[in-house]
Design a protein around this ligand. Structure first.
Ligand SMILES: [Mg+2]
Length: 171
């Protein structure tokens, strides 16, 4: 069970995930979280770097979809200027939103990576739904209320896995 909390890969930020190498691995689609993955949870709009990251994905013909547990308004305001499809109130870690996203993109799950900053929602959900998961470090250390609770549990899981030698990365 705990294995389901382990991402397939761990990087510092989304900028370590480059379209050229994704393409090389046969990846055609990206499902990404929003809050603390693309921008800080309290930042409304995409930064120029994020705009550029989306642009590069497009140039390599890699589809990106945002799936977020956050509310419609937040996700819509962020996603629309990027011209990227999105799912709000996704209820991760439930599988449904991940499957809906893959179907909407028209890409098989073997050719999709799931990116996010939380073990309990993004990684667990992505793993359960059968995707390749990539954990990023949260952009800021603060969080909304629900996430603060999740982080406490996450910390325990991380500490446990670190003791078991399952985690090699530093924070
Ligand atoms: Mg997040």
């Amino acid at each position: 069970m705990l294995k389901k909390f382990l991402p397939n890969e761990h990087v510092k930020s989304v900028f370590d995930i480059q379209p050229a190498s994704l393409k090389q691995r046969g990846i055609k689609g990206v499902i990404t979280d929003l809050d603390n993955t693309l921008v800080a949870w309290d930042v409304k709009d995409a930064t120029p770097e994020i705009v550029n990251w989306f642009k590069q994905m497009k140039e390599y013909d890699i589809k990106v979809m945002i799936i977020s547990n956050n509310k419609q308004e937040r996700v819509k305001i962020f996603s629309e200027p990027l011209d990227t499809p999105f799912v709000f109130s996704a209820r991760k870690p439930l599988s449904r939103a991940f499957k809906v996203a893959a179907k909407q993109m028209g890409i098989k799950k073997e050719n999709i990576v799931v990116i996010g900053d939380q073990l309990l929602t993004d990684v667990l959900g992505g793993n359960f739904a059968g995707f390749y998961t990539i954990l990023v470090l949260p952009i800021v250390q603060t969080d909304g209320k629900v996430t603060r609770f999740n982080r406490k549990i996450e910390r325990r899981i991380l500490n446990y896995m670190r003791r078991k030698g399952k985690i090699t990365w530093e924070e």
